[in-house]
Write a protein that binds this ligand. Structure first.
Ligand code: ADP
Ligand code: MG
Length: 695
């Protein structure tokens, strides 16, 4: 019998009630689930610590010694019982806020106890708050004691961390012979990894810190290996299933555009990326390429020239943007660039009139319309092409994988896909969440740009700020003033925005102030936006609706109010709205005075660098993998338990190389020795939607 799939209720000592509780509370159903539920922390019981050794880095430890006396301190809610505790050399306080009588009755001065917990630092001295206290027991297990997460409901039924520990111990013993290796033997050997069986035992019951580290390393590698296997296998399958268009002609349109219509010299980075794209579309496989380039790096012209590659080979091309404003801007740019070649471009958005849609749909279907620019509206089923060869998707972060794969359906041969983003993606995310995409980078700005100067100021300096703004407007510049507007605090944010708008109008009576926010009707929003784009309004008060893509080269100042409430990548995106013209641009981050450590760091990073990649890496480090919860983690084929995207980048690269070599040798995992990989892959990714199935 396969014990890994055995239900928990059959584990001796478990019983159906507890099994049900574990299923409900922790989503654990089988023995295999149980042994993969890892401790969140360990108490170091491998030795007794000296009180003198305790410092800020000290984790959960044990100390042996005696209570020298009790003392009641404070009053009301701060009332607490302090037990002075000595290890013979130094003393430390044990502090209790609850169950005071129980402590007084239960423990006596002068008797030897073992105290364990995590020392807290308060007012410069250390203490244990509500530590566990035991009488020394030489038969008790040593090494590291695992602590498992439990819930209130579990604790009420005495299903504590200790109880879980016992069940896991029993399960591991029971399954001992049935814990076969899940990684290829040559990789285990090459990386000197701990075997799976030993790693599982050691992650629950390590005897030493080294043993725990080795177990963690092995399990991290395994997680990252299977993440990569899942992603890279999907793209192998996808490539096998679909042939891509082959664009052999670098023809007429592409060359004429390059010679006659290009308004500037391409940067080296733009040329390199175009070469990468041209190589892609010659392979006979569908291109899935991510083009990263900071705001203002010139992605649009690369997109346009890629579209010409398609047109030169008898295909149509389209460009998708996340918002109506952005789609309209793109439509104008692309039309202008392609007009000299006599190429007609159409725009399709949610507000395209019904009567215009009919002819547009027909022209797409009979192939007479070659280039379409638009929003999500392009994805609708009734939009069909005669022969769509290339789809460019701008601003990846608003489009999910699901939407990307809907593009594939637009043709029997899926179009080549070029995804463009200005949000630099940290390397680890590029290898995971976007792991099925090849990546090109424009890492050079067009010549002559002046770096944006960024300053952080506290909100007591509004008067000086307004003086500065007035000076800039006198020089003919325009200014953005951005306020946060997030759903959770929508009401107060809205009030804040309105007050900000009123205040700005009051302070600058001689100028026109326009306002846009996400709650406005599209027509109102467009009108307000247009005021600013045309230069009629000198100041635009806005929420983050302007974050993406808006291009007003004359705007040279970005004021961000409540800057402490924005994330790093958002701040960077907002800043990217300025610095588009020849003038010196400024970004002014206004925040309140009291700031947490991370927030201060965030704002400091913004003043230190304009480099989007540095900012993205710093962002990932600051937020950590936990906070990526909604965004990055959810893009993974399964959740990571041990490995972390923010700190295990190098190991991720190793795993990716290993998997990629393995798939080069055996793309379909057909070799019988790889059957175990397929089976584990299926098991690990069982709850996850398979997007490739959509294609
Ligand atoms: P983004 O990458 O943010 O989409 P755009 O494509 O909008 O950037 O380009 C920003 C500005 O830089 C545009 O006005 C564009 O015409 C200009 N530009 C792009 N490439 C070059 C270049 N090689 N030399 C000079 N200006 C360029
Ligand atoms: Mg752009």
């Amino acid at each position: 019998m396969d014990l890994t799939k055995a239900e928990l209720k059959y584990l001796p000592g478990m019983g159906p009630k507890r099994a049900e509780l574990l299923a409900k509370e922790l989503d654990l159903h089988t023995l295999d689930d149980l042994i993969h539920f890892f401790p969140y922390r360990y108490v170091d019981r491998s030795r007794f610590y000296k009180i003198a050794e305790i410092d800020t880095a000290t984790a959960y430890i044990q100390v042996k010694g005696r209570i020298t006396g009790f003392q009641m301190v404070g009053e009301g809610r701060a009332k607490r019982l302090v037990a002075h505790f000595t290890d013979g050399a130094d003393t430390i306080d044990l502090v209790f806020f609850k169950g005071l009588q129980y402590v007084l009755d239960g423990y006596r001065p002068g008797v030897e106890y073992v105290v364990f917990g995590k020392p807290n630092r308060f007012n410069g001295t250390y203490s244990f708050v509500h530590p566990d206290i035991e009488t020394p027991d030489p038969t008790r297990q040593t090494g590291f004691m695992p602590l498992y997460h439990t819930t209130e409901k579990m604790k009420n039924k005495f299903l504590t961390s200790k109880a879980l520990q016992k069940h896991i111990y029993d399960a591991l013993r029971l399954m001992d012979a049935q814990l076969p290796e899940t990684l290829p033997a040559d990789l285990v050997a090459a990386h000197r990894l701990m075997g799976l069986r030993q790693a599982l035992i050691c992650i629950h019951f390590p005897r030493t810190a080294q043993e725990l580290e080795a177990a963690r390393q092995r399990l991290k590698y395994e997680e990252l290996f299977y993440i990569q296997l899942s992603i890279l296998r999907q793209s192998v399958l996808h490539r096998n299933k679909y042939k891509g268009f082959v664009f052999t002609n670098v023809g007429e349109l592409f060359n004429r555009f390059y010679r006659e219509c290009l308004p500037f010299q391409l940067t080296e980075a733009q040329k390199r990326v175009l070469r990468e794209i041209r190589a892609d579309v010659l392979t006979g496989r569908q291109m899935n390429r991510l083009l990263q380039g900071d705001v203002g790096s010139g992605k649009t012209v690369v997109a346009v020239m890629s579209m010409l590659l398609a047109l030169d080979n008898g295909c149509q091309a389209c460009l998708l943007a996340p918002t109506e404003i952005l789609a309209t801007q793109h439509f104008e740019t692309v039309s202008r660039l392609l007009a000299p070649l006599g190429i007609q471009v159409a725009l399709l958005t949610g507000s395209t009139k019904k009567k215009d849609r009919g002819p547009l749909h027909a022209a797409l279907r009979d192939g007479s319309l070659q280039v379409l620019v638009g929003t999500h509206a392009i994805l609708e089923d009734e939009v069909r092409f005669a022969n769509l060869g290339l789809a460019v998707i701008d601003e990846q972060h608003r489009f999910g994988v699901a939407q990307r794969s809907r593009m594939w359906l637009k043709n029997t041969t899926p179009p080549h896909i070029l995804v463009m983003t200005a949000t630099p993606i940290p390397r680890t995310l590029a290898m995971t969440v976007y792991g099925d995409l090849d990546v090109s980078v424009i890492d050079e700005l067009p010549p002559g740009r002046k770096p944006i100067q960024t300053y952080h100021l506290f909100d007591n300096r509004h008067a000086q700020l307004e003086e500065f703004m007035r000076g800039q407007i006198r020089q003919g510049r325009q200014i953005y003033v951005v306020y946060p507007l997030i759903e959770e605090s929508e009401k107060s944010d809205m009030k804040n925005l309105m007050e900000g708008y009123a205040h700005t109008c009051e302070v600058f009576p001689e100028y026109r102030v326009s306002m846009v926010h996400g709650k406005m009707k599209p027509a109102e929003k467009d009108a307000a936006m247009q005021e600013f784009v045309s230069g009629n309004a000198q100041i635009l008060v806005a929420t983050t609706v302007i974050e993406v893509g808006v291009n007003v080269p004359n705007a040279s100042v970005m004021v961000i109010e409540n800057a402490e409430r924005f994330g790093l990548s958002q701040l960077h995106q907002l800043r990217g709205r300025v610095g588009r013209g020849a003038d010196q641009s400024y970004c002014l981050l206004v925040s309140r005075y009291e700031l947490g450590k991370d927030t201060r760091r965030r704002l400091a990073i913004m003043t230190e660098t304009n480099n989007g990649f540095e900012i993205a890496e710093a962002d990932l480090k600051l937020r950590g993998p936990g906070d990526l919860g909604g965004t990055a983690q959810s893009g993974l084929p399964f959740d990571l338990q041990v490995a972390s995207l923010s700190t295990d980048g190098p190991l991720l690269q190793v795993a990716r190389n290993d998997v990629s070599r393995l798939l080069d040798e055996d793309p379909l995992l057909a070799d019988p020795k790889h059957a175990v990989l397929l089976e584990n892959l299926r098991r690990k990714t069982k709850d996850v939607v398979n997007w490739s199935a959509i294609s």
